[in-house]
Design a protein around this ligand. Structure first.
Ligand SMILES: Nc1nc2c(ncn2[C@@H]2O[C@H](COP(=O)(O)OP(=O)(O)OP(=O)(O)O)[C@@H](O)[C@H]2O)c(=O)[nH]1
Ligand SMILES: [Mg+2]
Length: 249
């Protein structure tokens, strides 16, 4: 199959060690797919490493970098990447972390599932709990965070905070990208919520999520607070029916 209409968006902040290993693995899993690294001026030289892979003596085809001036959170980086993708006509647009928590081996399964879905989510909770190497505290936070988000917003997705996803372009076209406020995990809840409210078909496929082995986590209490607030905001919007209908679909 030709994957040239597929774009994998990978936000990076200090992921030099990971990204140089990840790019070839993505290419192996989905030959011909394009990759967009959205880097927030990582001090560790992530951007330079990607540029070298894209334009060095042995260049990797279809590898692009978006340079952003400062660290503004994963949500802002994805929105920038989504705009870039929509302008260039990609049909399937992925979200994927750089730290190998999202195994590239799963990529073809997303494409397969996207035949009958508009948004495919790699889910850690679709068959029990599939997380390797997370401390219990982190696992409980994620698990109960998901339960809380589901109960409060009414979203029927088992893993609403996961960041391994494939969107058909129609979903991103219909979203008001300027109106997405979140920067951390709540960004994922927000996108899922609006896709669901607009009636898009959402499918979860099981993935095993493995904790990063290289580099440093960017998780913070600010990100947790933001998610707690967002979930209540979405609930209130639901009650007052302030969520837009699927006007652009
Ligand atoms: N461009 C950009 N990328 C970011 C930012 N924050 C996180 N990322 C990237 O987003 C992805 C997920 O971030 P992680 O640090 O792995 O955060 P996490 O997955 O919540 O934390 P761990 O599970 O501990 O790894 C990684 O590829 C990060 O490099 C940011 O502010 N800007
Ligand atoms: Mg991670």
């Amino acid at each position: 199959m030709d994957y040239s209409s597929v774009l994998i968006v990978v936000p990076t902040y200090n992921e030099r060690e990971n990204i140089v290993l990840l790019v070839p693995e993505i290419k192996k899993a989905l030959p011909g797919a394009h990759i967009l690294v959205v880097d927030d001026s990582s001090p560790d030289g992530t951007r330079a490493a990607v540029k070298e892979m894209a334009g060095g003596p042995d260049p990797i085809d279809g590898l692009f970098v978006l340079d952003r001036a400062a660290k503004q959170g994963l949500g802002r980086a994805y929105i920038c990447g989504f705009r870039w993708a929509l302008e260039r006509g990609y049909e399937h647009i992925f979200e994927m972390d750089a730290d190998f928590s999202h195994s590239p081996e799963y990529l073809p399964r997303f494409i397969e599932a996207a035949r009958e879905a508009d948004l495919v989510i790699g889910s850690r909770y679709v068959c029990g709990v599939n997380i390797v190497n997370w401390p219990m505290s982190r696992l409980l936070l994620s698990y109960f965070g998901n339960v809380f988000a589901r109960v409060v917003t009414g979203l029927r997705i088992k893993d609403c905070t996961g960041g391994f996803k494939c969107f058909r372009r129609a979903v991103l076209e219909s979203l008001d990208l300027n109106g997405i406020a979140s920067s951390g995990y709540s960004f994922q809840i927000e996108l899922n919520f609006f896709a669901w409210k607009r009636g898009f078909r959402i499918k979860e496929i099981p993935i095993i999520f493995t904790d990063r082995q290289r580099g440093v986590s960017k998780m913070s209490t600010k990100i947790i607070r933001e998610a707690l607030l967002l979930v209540w905001k979405l609930r209130i919007m639901s009650i007052f029916r302030k969520t837009p209908t699927n006007a652009c679909k």
